[in-house]
Ligand binder design. Structure first.
Ligand code: NAP
Length: 260
């Protein structure tokens, strides 16, 4: 199926690796132009080389989204280079394990700032361009927004807020025909996930415990399965889809885990 994304400029925060990286590749396969943001120069350039080697258009902007003024600078650069923005994927974030008992108010506030603030900033600065393109916004949230995990108050609060903002923005942006949706990954093997897994004494056993409770096929979701859904939501094939929360997770959140 041709998703009609050719030459669409799609901004992807954290699009240099992990889930965001897979989204960069998925939209590039559709001949869209991914513009991906990350702090690390090496991973950004690696993604750029991979895409350019297969003849795709792409751009890497190195930035730390938690630094003041960076979201505005990113949007200005994209508009200067491409003259338009067709979609924004808010994706960068990290489960930083700031718990209720083990954390403190300052760490909690920092975690919420780091995981949530740039979602608003990027949407705010992209909005004039999205109004012109009748574009759309896709927020990458997490199953943690719906299912308690324990020990990660800042991250859970941010991920829940991203779902609320998805519907809040979908309502506010109706007059501009801008769609806003969210994807809630559950268990996807990415650099972030691997480093979390490695924090356990027996990562292999921990992984087995997790996957055996995933209802469909007792396996992790691949980053490509998330990214292909993202590309479909971003495209005009999903032209009447807004305010939705998608859970491509093998039934992890919505099915009774005693089934496995
Ligand atoms: P990842 O492997 O760590 O990739 C994160 C990406 O974001 C990288 O490109 C990283 O590049 C970039 N990034 C992080 N902080 C940044 C910042 N302050 N400024 C600019 N770029 C930044 O993570 P992932 O597992 O793919 O997670 C992506 C999203 O999915 C997150 O929102 C996460 O909460 C969500 N999620 C993931 C899972 C899962 O199973 N993996 C489950 C639920 C939700 P640099 O490090 O170079 O900056």
């Amino acid at each position: 199926m041709d998703l009609g994304l050719k030459d669409k400029v799609i901004l992807i925060t954290g699009g240099t690796k992990g889930i965001g990286g897979a989204i960069s590749k998925a939209v590039a396969r559709e001949n869209a132009i991914p513009v991906f943001i990350g702090r690390g120069e090496a991973s950004g350039n690696k993604m750029l080389e991979t895409l350019k080697a297969s003849g795709k258009k792409a751009r890497f902007i190195q930035a730390n989204l938690n630094e003041e003024g960076e979201s505005k600078r990113i949007v200005e650069e994209v508009l200067q280079v491409f003259g338009k923005i067709d979609a924004l994927v808010n994706n960068a974030g990290a489960n930083d394990s700031i718990g209720l008992e083990a954390g403190n108010p300052k760490k909690f506030a920092n975690s919420v700032f780091n995981n949530l603030n740039h979602y608003y900033e990027m949407a705010h600065y992209c909005l004039p361009a999205l109004k012109e393109s009748k574009g759309n916004i896709l927020n990458i949230s997490s199953k943690v927004a719906l299912v308690g995990q324990g020990g990660t108050s800042g991250y859970a609060a941010s991920k829940g807020a991203q779902l609320a903002l998805t519907r809040e923005w979908a309502a506010e942006l109706l007059p501009y025909n801008i769609r806003v949706n969210a994807i809630l990954p559950a268990e996807v093997m990415t650099p972030l996930y691997k480093s979390w897994l490695d924090s356990f004494d027996d990562p292999e056993q921990k992984l087995k415990n997790i996957t055996q409770n995933i209802p469909l096929e007792q396996r992790m979701t691949s980053d490509t399965e998330i990214a292909d859904l993202a590309a479909f939501i971003l495209s005009e094939k999903s032209g009447h889809t807004t305010a939705q929360w998608f859970s491509p997770d093998g039934g992890y959140v919505h099915l009774d885990r005693s089934l496995t």
